[in-house]
Design a protein around this ligand. Structure first.
Ligand code: UDP
Length: 234
């Protein structure tokens, strides 16, 4: 399968058309941004790690009955995926308090929530991805009621599968962001699952093994991504 015209270039990935309208090629970059593009940098090797990790996670989720866009790995940095129209909702699941949740509600980071939570934000860079509830999403016709119900059910199921998977590798899954798309009328999981989009803490030491090392200038950013790769055996 060959790359054709570039459809768009995001902050961390490029998406290309292929000969087949049902398929896209994603190319993962080493570019890193944070705070809605205000902070820019490079994390050497990140594109390779995020590509391989996403491929692994999508395969595991497919086996457990979650439909995803993943088709096959093409190279270190490229994957073949089903073409989707992304629903403009960022879906965030949280198991442990951190980041914007802690800031917004004035709670310290690291509190284990009594049950996982879900939240949506409107995927719009110009607006800074504002938090949004289901009624807002419905009223703005960003998704249908049925699509939102499907997304929530998938997101909580994905959390169960991933939480267990990472704990077996001595990693706490603190929170993560998912994006869904529509392919042939069906809602499927799209985008990526990586240290860019998840918070991972070491089970023993709580050392951050994710993009927070970049966002917060904690150092050893590449080391954290490599550690994840090592623990996942990819
Ligand atoms: N996240 C993401 N993209 C975004 C915002 C958040 O992938 O544009 C991920 C982030 O890596 C974390 C989770 O979603 O795992 C929750 O992020 P949070 O809302 O706490 O925002 P942040 O503190 O990262 O701004």
């Amino acid at each position: 399968m060959e790359k054709k015209e570039m459809l768009y270039e995001g902050k961390a990935k490029k998406v290309y058309k292929t000969d087949e309208s049902e398929l896209f090629i994603i190319e993962y970059k080493d570019d890193a941004t944070a705070f809605n593009g205000e902070k820019k940098g490079t994390i050497v090797g990140k594109g390779v790690i995020n590509n391989k990790m996403s491929a692994l996670m999508f395969q595991i989720l497919e086996e457990k009955g979650i439909p995803t866009h993943f088709v096959e790995l093409l190279s270190d940095r490229e994957s073949l995926v089903k073409s989707v129209k992304i629903l403009p909702l960022e879906v965030i699941i949280r198991n442990i308090t951190a980041g914007s949740f802690s800031k917004r509600y004035g709670v310290e980071e690291g509190i284990v929530l009594p049950f996982p939570t879900v939240e949506f934000s409107y995927k719009d860079d110009d607006l800074g991805d504002p938090l949004m509830n289901e009624y807002h999403a419905l009223a703005l016709e960003l998704a249908t009621k049925e699509q939102i119900e499907t997304i929530k059910a998938y997101a909580f199921e994905i959390n169960k599968i991933m939480k267990e998977f990472f704990l077996e590798r001595n990693i706490k899954l603190v929170d993560f962001k998912l994006e869904f798309g529509v392919h042939k009328g069906e809602v499927i999981l799209a985008d990526e699952i990586s240290p860019d989009t998840c918070r991972f803490w070491d089970r023993e030491t709580n050392k951050k093994l994710d993009k927070d090392r970049f966002r917060r200038d904690l150092g050893d950013v590449e080391g954290a991504y490599q550690e994840i790769m090592k623990r996942l055996n990819i």
